[in-house]
Ligand binder design. Structure first.
Ligand SMILES: CC(C)(COP(=O)(O)OP(=O)(O)OC[C@H]1O[C@@H](n2cnc3c(N)ncnc32)[C@H](O)[C@@H]1OP(=O)(O)O)[C@@H](O)C(=O)NCCC(=O)NCCS
Length: 182
């Protein structure tokens, strides 16, 4: 089975087309280095929206640290095939984005090493919600993961109220993952 963790020599083959055909009028573009500030901003807004919806609050300093670390993650991996991102545009306007990071899971006996992708940072600009933006990004992410040999896509948690129906409709089984927070 072809692994989804690309070697440097595979990078060109794995690069998505810069423009992906989706139904008008939303266009999906592959995220590139110049999009990192936008992706970081969207991830921050995603957490802010989640906190507001849940009646919680993130300390600005924690959001700042997350943003700095996330920018470094994208900087390191957006070009090496371990992170793929999508920017949704309506005309010239950015209306949403989403990102996949490839996780290195250890091998499981009797089956090839698992190739697991994390789908994260899904965000649609509020005035463009409920128009299928996130659905198109999610479907593009799933298709790319499949094409590149991933055999599992995980989410960071069970999703937000707004995100859950979308994830379930494309087949995710949602649950809190087993974890010990330290
Ligand atoms: C979650 C989010 C990305 C969805 O974006 P979107 O572009 O509006 O989603 P879509 O239009 O593609 O919706 C797809 C489906 O999701 C569901 N959905 C979307 N928003 C919803 C909402 N507020 N309440 C209930 N279901 C919702 C619907 O089933 C919808 O299908 P429908 O339009 O046929 O009813 C967006 O609401 C958002 O950015 N929220 C804040 C950040 C966030 O929660 N991110 C997800 C983290 S898990």
């Amino acid at each position: 089975m072809r692994g989804c963790i690309p070697r440097a020599s595979k990078l060109l083959a794995l690069r998505l087309k810069r423009e992906i055909a989706v139904s008008d009028p939303i266009t999906l573009l592959e995220a590139v280095g110049g999009d990192i500030p936008l992706l970081v901003d969207h991830r921050r807004r995603m957490f802010e929206d989640w906190a507001e919806a849940e009646g919680k609050h993130f300390a600005p300093a924690d959001l700042d640290t997350m943003a700095k670390d996330y920018a470094a993650h994208l900087q390191a991996h957006l070009g090496d095939g371990l992170v793929w991102g999508w920017i949704a545009q309506l005309g010239e306007e950015v209306v949403g984005s989403g990102v996949v990071s490839i996780l290195a899971y250890p091998p499981v006996p009797g089956s090839p090493p698992e190739h697991t992708a994390l789908l994260h940072s899904m965000y649609t600009v509020p005035q463009y919600r409920r128009r299928g933006v996130a659905r198109q990004i999610t479907e593009a992410a799933i298709a790319s993961c499949r094409e590149n040999g991933c055999n599992r896509i995980v989410l960071g948690g069970k999703g937000t109220e707004a995100g859950r129906p979308l994830y379930e409709s494309v087949g995710f089984k949602l649950s809190e993952s087993s974890q010990l927070m330290l």
